[in-house]
Design a protein around this ligand. Structure first.
Ligand code: HEM
Length: 121
């Protein structure tokens, strides 16, 4: 049940990042700031739902190592999202964080969908 919340939360984060970038590009700095704050609240939802999923593995034993690796990669995604939105809002280059976002996102997808058994419950 919590996988739905988890997936919804990180899909929302991607959408909110795109909205921040578009607003910034349109010169709507104030709007971008507000959406950045919403994005930060959404991180809490990702952390809560991911932490809850991780708790199942801590209780259950099997594949705990990969679940922890998944969580670390997920944290890396959040850091990259935040750095991209902050750098862009300040008009600074964010290229290295885009690269990290792609790498971290691929790792979370591979571990989350491919390796760990949760699936679309
Ligand atoms: C933006 C960041 C994140 C992304 C893109 C992401 C992505 C995913 C995906 C694709 C899944 C598979 C869903 C499924 O099995 O149906 C998943 C599951 C999971 N995530 Fe995340 N996640 C993120 C953040 C986190 C964080 C911060 C944690 C830990 C604190 C975490 C822990 C987990 C755990 C334990 C699972 C369960 C895997 C399973 O049972 O299949 N995730 N996540």
């Amino acid at each position: 049940m919590n996988t739905h919340l988890h997936i919804t939360a990180w899909v929302l984060a991607l959408i909110l990042l795109i909205v921040v970038l578009i607003l910034h590009k349109q010169g709507k700095g104030k709007g971008a700031k507000i959406v950045q704050m919403i994005l930060r609240l959404d991180y809490l939802l990702i952390l809560y739902s991911g932490g809850d999923l991780l708790a199942n593995y801590i209780k259950g034993g099997n594949m705990l190592g990969e679940a922890i690796a998944k969580g670390v990669a997920g944290l890396w995604v959040i850091v990259a999202l935040e750095m991209i939105s902050v750098k862009t809002a300040k008009g600074k280059p964010a290229k290295s964080w885009w690269i990290q976002l792609v790498i971290a996102f691929l790792i979370t997808l591979i571990l989350g969908f491919g390796r760990l058994p949760g699936g679309f419950m």
